[in-house]
Ligand binder design. Sequence first.
Ligand SMILES: [Zn+2]
Length: 480
Amino acid sequence: MTTRHHRRRLTTVFVAVLACAGLGTGVAGADAGFNRGTPGADGAGDSYYPQDGNGGYDVADYNLAINYTPATKQLIGTQRISARATQSLSSFDLDFSGLTVDSIDVDGRHAAFTRTGDHELVITPSRVLRRGEVFNARIQYHGVPEPISDPLLGDNGWQYSASGGAFAAGEPKSASTWYPVNDTPLDKATFHLAVTVPDEWGVIANGRERGTTKTANGTTHFWAEDTPAVPYMTTVAIEKWQFERSRLANGTPVVSAYAPGTPDATKTAEAKLPEILDFLSSKFGPYPVDAAGGIFLAEPIGFSLETLSRPIYSGRAGNVGTIVHENAHQWYGDTVAVDKWKDVCLNECFASYAQWLWSEAKDGKDLNARYLSQVATASDNFWSGKLYDMGPGNEFTAVYAKGPLALHALRNTIGEKAFDFVLKTWPALHRNGNASLPEFQAYAEKISHQNLKGFFDAWFYGNTKPAPAYLYPGTLKPTA
Ligand SMILES: [Zn+2]
């Protein structure tokens, strides 16, 4: 877990280290004698995507300026990364796909770089970065971004709209298609964005609006996400938007953007957002993000995504159920991100169950009846779907249908009171951090005073139909 408090404390300590380091400047071999540094790891160690993310540093902030020309699809970018070295670094990697890197400097000095593998940008600063040192890297680049194609989801990352606009969305990765990044859920950072586009285009991104300025190339739009974000949760979308702006009762700014041609039914659904966030807060604790809203594309892409503070919706998904789901992720998925991708049920099982909870509270749905009818008709194929360690490429399958059944069975196993308490307190426990499914099991056991090994083995770690004791706990009884 990387909290801002932790970072601030360390920064103070390292000012002193830097001052001492300054005395050695100009002494040949001083670095070699003191600490040579070693290359940062080229991956963050995910069991499915070992090359994604990197080791040796921790990003605090991305400050990205891009100039985008819809007519030519040319993107010109300057990325400024503030990070802290977690080891003495002779070189470090960023993840970056496709685009041409023009120049890099680190702390104002020219840095050498190479590109290796699928997406490694290897940067060698002019001097060793000492462990604990805060450093700033600036990367200038340009080109025509291209998405990553995914067999299940379609395109991920930077994508083009039929209108001539563009947008960024994708999971497990998206960011490296449009900016250099430490592309791992384990490194959350704040995200500041300045996007220059021709005057007729609008821009929406994560977080809060910070105004616009006129430039020679059009208009620059500023956005600031000050809630730490996992890179895939960042987005930008360029379109001839219709904006709706309001505030939640506590003053949190709401900005929603609709592509031309968005159906009225979508806008009616999004108008429920304050009620949806109130409802989700009643279940999951206070809303953990500093802004809210939605980005409603015209493109009928294969998914909608819980981009931080402002989910991005496929042109065919502007309905209340999807809005509930993506906003539930602000608690389950965003403020608490996965530790590893095999933990993705912590995102998807819970966001899917949030839709069950909404239908129970708002539409009077009998969730026991819903559960029992799904159990009665489920195929062997359904039960073979895994909710944990399902393998790369299978993250977004069983979690949506089997996931809410598992959580409804858990509710009946530990009882309403313990279940409500667990759901409502877990996000704050891991706020702005990461967590694993086994950690969630341990927390549910602690709160319920029950050993849930058999239950979690049957529902979450297994891939066969749970035994009757786990299938029909509490008030759940098989239909005759
Ligand atoms: Zn989801």
